[in-house]
Design a protein around this ligand. Structure first.
Ligand code: GRF
Length: 190
């Protein structure tokens, strides 16, 4: 199966997933889709010789613009790893139950539009939560509301800052996301 990873940021999750599948007999990260020409994810793709597709806002939100490109590249599964645009319905319909996302909090709390990056961790700390973590879920038409697949928690300690909490959450992401992607993708191989 050929996976496309959509990323907008540093791409540390993309890197872990690419490394996880390097040498895998049947699963391959075949494309990195990016919406920011200066994203770290592009350097990571180049370093691992993974082809890149740079997308533009208008055609993307028109919906079907990039579906043809993904199908032409025989992409069978999409992984969102720090991708900040909402996925248009046309793309979701083209990949039913084959788009998954990672969110740096324990959904259903602290999800939705605007809840990304440090904003999530600030909200968790401001609310006095004792724990936070990651949620890996299927993507549907609404931000962060698709069926959950996997969650892992970390403690929020007094004195934690958005940065220190983000660090703990990144550890969980890098530890679990590649394996969960493999578990989910293999369900579609049978
Ligand atoms: C991660 O915190 C992820 O949970 C969120 O965006 C961030 C991506 O980080 N969706 P990176 O670009 O993979 O380092």
């Amino acid at each position: 199966i050929r996976i496309a990873i959509f990323a907008s940021g540093t791409g540390s999750n993309a890197e872990k997933i690419i490394e996880h599948f390097t040498g895998h007999p049947r699963i391959k990260v075949a494309l990195v889709v990016c919406n920011k020409p200066d994203a770290g994810a592009l350097n990571i793709a180049a370093h691992h010789q993974v082809p890149v597709l740079l997308i533009e806002k208008e055609p993307f939100f028109r919906g079907d613009a990039y579906v043809a490109a993904l199908k032409q590249q025989e992409i069978g599964f999409i992984v969102l790893a720090g991708f900040l645009w909402k996925i248009p319905a046309a793309l979701i319909q083209a990949y039913p139950n084959r788009i998954i996302n990672i969110h740096p909090a324990l959904l259903p709390k602290y999800g939705g539009k605007g809840m990304y990056g440090r904003h999530v961790h600030e909200a968790v700390i401001a609310a006095g939560e004792k724990e936070s973590g990651i949620t890996i879920h299927y993507v549907n038409e609404h931000f962060d509301e698709g069926a959950p697949i996997f969650q892992a928690a970390c403690v929020v300690e007094p004195g934690d800052t958005p940065e220190s909490l983000a660090q703990k959450v990144h550890v969980l992401e890098h530890l679990h996301f590649p394996r969960v992607v493999e578990e989910v993708v293999r369900r579609y191989e049978e």
